[in-house]
Design a protein around this ligand. Structure first.
Ligand SMILES: NC(=O)c1ccc[n+]([C@@H]2O[C@H](COP(=O)([O-])OP(=O)(O)OC[C@H]3O[C@@H](n4cnc5c(N)ncnc54)[C@H](O)[C@@H]3O)[C@@H](O)[C@H]2O)c1
Length: 337
């Protein structure tokens, strides 16, 4: 098998992170980069090599002969290039969010099911060392969660300015909180119900302050707080889990403390000094995605999981706006099957 021929659509901040990781993977060749801003495409291409073709659209990447596209454009521009790729049997790694409505997600789900190509959603936080450590503890049975409290705040919606524009982000939950919402089913299994209280604390244009209660099929309960204007004061990101005489807490994605039982030694993990792309899970998610292409196996975040997460976000907004509890089990059965 030859190398995976990658094209990158959208040559901004996160594209540079993926490009740098893919360059270190000998199974991959980055063939082309496209951006609606010519200078941005050229700047990223220069860091990769002289052979890289520059273009301005997903079509220019396909014309350059890629078999896999990374969609790393802003949130509301993911849908069309993803559909074009899947229709042309081109594998897709799409950055979060999958889409910003359930209907758009349904189009992607159908296109992926009809396509020979692989679809994967980039949910890097799942693969952060801190969260992988929790996943192993739960899967091995060392930590049996009965309840949890999860938080993901953002300091402000001022910088860059587009983060305050829900027409561009789809809303704060699609932009930021999506990472922690994704962790819920990944770590704790299927969600049964949810109820959200939210308000526009300081934003003129969108809900920016959320308190959410989740119940799970397992019987577990979890609360989540997410605020868009906490001023970058640490800690802004945390997972707390309570089990059988056991407690676990993360501090950002820098460290984890696990107290496994009464009269037992506390175990702690420190990831502080790891490089940003390693600590944040970007290296691992790329490795797993390329593994899936090479081995013809399931990608790390397949399209069905992407659409469940997409539906979960829509349900949290619906619960907040209509002041009601949502039966997520029934909703997923009706809408995803
Ligand atoms: N997984 C993560 O941790 C993570 C981190 C950052 C960003 N992201 C996601 O990645 C995406 C990109 O974010 P970013 O911070 O790199 O943004 P960015 O603004 O730095 O880069 C986006 C690039 O896309 C280009 N672009 C915009 N619309 C385009 C279009 N229609 N066609 C071609 N090019 C277009 C822009 O010119 C820009 O160069 C977003 O969806 C964001 O949510 C994910």
């Amino acid at each position: 098998m030859g190398k995976i021929r990658v094209g990158i659509l959208g040559a901004g901040g996160i594209a540079a992170v993926h490009a740098s990781i893919l360059q270190r993977d000998e199974r991959v060749e980055i063939v082309a980069v496209a951006d609606m801003v010519e200078a941005a495409a050229k700047k990223l291409a220069t860091t990769i090599g002289e052979h890289v073709v520059c273009g301005d659209s997903v079509v220019s990447l396909i014309d350059a002969g890629v078999d896999t596209v990374y969609v790393t454009t802003p949130n509301r521009t993911h849908l069309q290039p993803v559909l074009t790729c899947l229709k042309n049997s081109i594998n897709v790694f799409c950055e979060k969010p999958m889409a910003t409505s359930v209907a758009e997600g349904e189009q992607i789900l159908k296109a992926a099911c009809d396509s020979k190509a692989v679809y994967n959603l980039g949910m890097s936080r799942r693969f952060a060392h801190a969260h992988q450590y929790i996943k192993k503890l739960i899967d091995s049975g060392r930590l049996e969660p009965f309840s949890a409290h999860v938080r993901l705040n953002r300091g402000e919606l001022l910088n860059p300015a587009w983060t305050a524009d829900p027409d561009q982000t789809g809303g704060f939950l699609y932009e930021t909180t999506i990472h922690q919402l994704d962790l819920l089913e990944y770590l704790f299994g299927p969600i049964k119900t949810l109820r959200c209280e939210a308000c526009q604390a300081i934003s003129d244009s969108e809900l920016d302050n959320f308190a959410i209660l989740f119940t799970f099929e397992s019987g577990m309960v979890c609360t989540m707080m997410s605020s868009a204007h906490s001023g970058w004061s640490f800690p802004f990101e945390r997972v707390e889990i309570f089990g059988r005489y056991a407690t676990l807490e993360t501090q950002e994605i820098e460290s984890v403390r696990f107290s496994p039982g009464l009269n037992q030694k506390i175990e702690s993990e420190e990831y502080r000094l790891l490089p940003h792309d390693e600590k944040g899970g970007y290296v691992r998610e790329n490795q797993l995605f390329i593994d899936a292409l090479v081995n013809d196996s399931e990608p790390p975040v397949p399209v069905e999981q992407a659409q469940r997460l997409n539906l979960l976000i829509a349900c949290v907004y619906e619960s907040a706006r209509e002041q009601k509890e949502i039966d997520f089990s029934t909703r997923t059965r009706e809408m995803i099957g």
